[in-house]
Write a protein of this length. Structure first.
Length: 366
């Protein structure tokens, strides 16, 4: 467990612990308070000898679940000793499940970009050979690699990354009270965006949609949670924006419960690996998003999202405006999203799927 994977690791550990004995090996600077035993012992994830020592302390019959995001294991995502460690563990009879959240950086023209991309693929090739199971966080990637590597296809299955923002209970008056508490009119419509501030989430598209909404109807509130982005806000509209910054999970939940539309225009398209998307679905918020290279068949055909192609900025803006203007449609889309989330993407479903696959594959007792 390390860095940004901490919430995901603890969520999965907590939900697996009902059927399995679970413990977590984490970085030294990660908190040790959790739903299962946590050994905060790893100083340097690039030091394979250190990992080998720490893993040797685990029972030999335990299954090792690796949270795999390349950049967590080395500079630029490269750890040249990691594949050898995996092979050594395999030779020693250890069972390994590699939960894949990212695979490889794209090829680049510069030598260093090429080197990183090549090494990521080298690591991934090793993972495909040694892993007993390969849960992959994105349906599109799962289908692609099943086609490309039929020899490893039986190990692969799509497993979403659930949200760490669990919905808090709210009463019917929550939406109005939340607005008033944040200095907004009780009946104003709210366009929300939340998550870490990254170029891949195209916040500028959301600003364009918000400004278009204000031009059409007058004041519409823009609420941003998860960071403190420096935004070029027009002076006339600043009073209708709320840059909430980093919030506690319950506060994020309260914000999502109050929102009318959640705008998430990902540069690579909506996918099961996007925990911000999962949070919106879990809260029943209607979502305007995009479809791109990482959007698999389920997302592409979903009637529980309102989506446009990643190349169509104007269509995304139009979708946001259409949702803001139609309360009945917002309720329909939001409710359908929550139903699909609870049936396919919740922690209970994800943990049960992983547990069942481990039993079916024979790497753990039935």
């Amino acid at each position: 467990m390390q860095g940004g994977l901490a919430d995901h690791t603890l969520g999965l550990a907590r939900h697996l612990s009902g059927d399995f004995k679970v413990s977590v090996l984490s970085s030294r600077d990660v908190y040790t308070d959790g739903p299962v035993p946590i050994r905060a012992a790893v100083h340097d994830w690039e030091d394979v000898s250190e990992l080998e020592i720490e893993l040797s302390a685990t029972p030999r019959d335990s299954v090792l679940l690796w949270q795999y995001v390349p950049h967590m294991y080395g500079r630029g995502g490269v750890n040249r000793g990691l594949p050898e460690l995996w092979r050594s563990l395999e030779a020693d009879g250890r069972r390994q499940v590699i939960l894949t959240h990212e695979i490889a950086a794209p090829w680049g023209r510069r030598p260093n970009q090429w080197w990183y991309a090549w090494n990521h693929r080298r690591q991934w090739n090793a993972a495909m050979k040694v892993a007993d199971l390969l849960p992959i966080s994105t349906e599109a990637w799962t289908l692609e690699w099943r086609r490309r590597r039929p020899d490893a296809a039986g190990k692969m299955f799509a497993m979403a990354s659930p949200t760490s923002i669990e919905p808090v209970a709210v009463d019917p008056g929550h939406r109005e009270r939340w607005r008033v508490a944040h200095g907004l009119p009780a009946d104003i419509r709210i366009l929300a965006w939340w998550g870490s501030v990254e170029a891949s989430k195209q916040l500028e598209w959301v600003l364009e949609a918000w400004q278009a909404a204000c031009r059409r109807w007058g004041p519409v509130a823009l609420c941003i949670a998860g960071g403190h982005p420096a935004l070029p806000l027009p002076g006339a509209l600043r009073s209708w924006s709320r840059i909430l910054g980093y919030l506690k999970p319950g506060e994020v939940s309260a914000c999502l419960h109050a929102a009318d539309v959640l705008a998430l225009p990902y540069v690579d398209g909506a996918s099961e690996r996007r925990t911000t998307l999962m949070a919106g679905l879990a809260h029943g918020v209607p979502i305007a998003t995009t479809l791109g290279s990482n959007s698999g068949p389920t997302m592409s055909k979903a009637d529980w999202l309102v989506a446009s192609d990643v190349t169509e900025r104007g269509a995304f803006v139009d979708n946001v405006l259409a949702l803001l203007s139609d309360e009945a449609r917002r309720k329909t889309v939001g409710a359908a999203g929550k139903v699909h989330h609870d049936a396919e993407y919740s922690w209970d479903v994800v943990a049960r799927t992983l547990g069942n696959r481990m039993r079916e594959s024979g790497i753990t007792e039935p």
